[in-house]
Write a new protein. Sequence first.
Lengths: 151, 109
Amino acid sequence: MASPWTIELVGYRLHVSLFERVRLEHVERLDARLRVMFGDDDVEIDEIIVFLDGIEGLSPKARYHLADVQRWISTCRVRTVYVSNRPLYRGVALWVAHQSDDFNARSFPTLTSAEHWFQTRDERPQVLRTCALTCLRLLEGAGQSKKEDRP
Amino acid sequence: MIEFMRLTDAKILERMTSLLAGDAHASSRDVVERMWRLHRGTPDLRDADDRLLRASIDVWSWAHECSIVLGVEAVPGSVPALGLMRPSRKLIDAYDVARNRERRARAGG
């Protein structure tokens, strides 16, 4: 039975594409394949890009197992991005990254936006702190504007 | 909005711009389109409006991640109330008992 995923090594990047309806057994097979690739001394991987544009479903059990896989990936010192052109699966990927506690996994709407993050060394908590500071500055700015608006 | 989640970003933009059709919504339409481009990571920030839009995207993504509830396997009814507005479990149970009593009475009558 064909699996709804493909893997391709492009330089030091591992391109993983998920498509159609993905269930637990599919993620288990992907997990096994990844462990073989990471165990191969001749293969060097720095980054993983998981493409989700072709996905039509990801069962709850598959999501939990994907989070387990991601937790294991975090021990391999590689960065992972999930790329999806749909908010639903960006949300699922964010949950996977968050649930796995992998600080070097994030989800993005495009490969271009993911590339920006690859160029930095920021881990996810650092990105969140920066976003939180942005939030505070916005609120401070809004408060300042209100004060200035008062007669 | 829930329906939008399942669409592709391009389709969502198409729907949003069609909802904002007409001269009266031209500026809102421009903001939505610009924000979409910034979210996709394509252009550099060009002015104060872009910086504000970029900041809004950052705040939104922060809110997304920081509102993830872990331990989703918890039984919804057993999760402690987070807000004062939620009625107590005792009150909900008493309400269910009363409603069921009424249903049985109607069925019997």
